[in-house]
Design a protein. Structure first.
Length: 131
């Protein structure tokens, strides 16, 4: 149930394409959708690359002294923040190439909006960590 809620909150765009984390989330989502057990052994078996297996193994042995809810919320916020930062870099690159004043205004507005979103996620993670 908790896993379903987290997967529902996680936008596929939040994950960096081709990353190990993206592959693990994809495997977990697929197993869950197919009604298969989402356990270490099934996830490990479904991961095709030794790099992904190594990451999964290292995650399995982490110290879980942190509140799991805070950890999940922090991860989701981090994924979103990184996606927004990638978008912001893309907007900055577009600004460097753009000469049309109307497009520059649109890009600047988008950059400011992204900056606000990043700041709100960063503030939220810091507040959760202070609890």
């Amino acid at each position: 149930e908790e896993r379903t809620a987290v997967l529902d909150q996680l936008d596929p765009e939040d994950l960096e394409s081709g990353s190990s984390v993206e592959e693990i989330v994809r495997v977990i989502r697929t197993l869950q959708e197919e009604g298969e057990p989402v356990e270490y052994a099934t996830v490990f078996q479904a991961l095709e690359d030794d790099t992904h297996r190594g990451l999964r193994a290292s995650l399995a042995f982490r110290d879980e002294s942190m509140d799991a809810g805070l950890a999940v919320d922090g991860c989701l916020a981090t994924f979103r923040r990184r996606r927004l930062e990638r978008e912001q870099r893309s907007v900055v690159d577009a600004l460097k190439r753009e000469s049309d004043p109307a497009m520059i205004d649109d890009l600047l507005a988008r950059k400011m909006n992204l900056r606000r979103q990043i700041a709100s996620l960063t503030d939220g993670v810091q507040e959760d960590g202070a609890r």
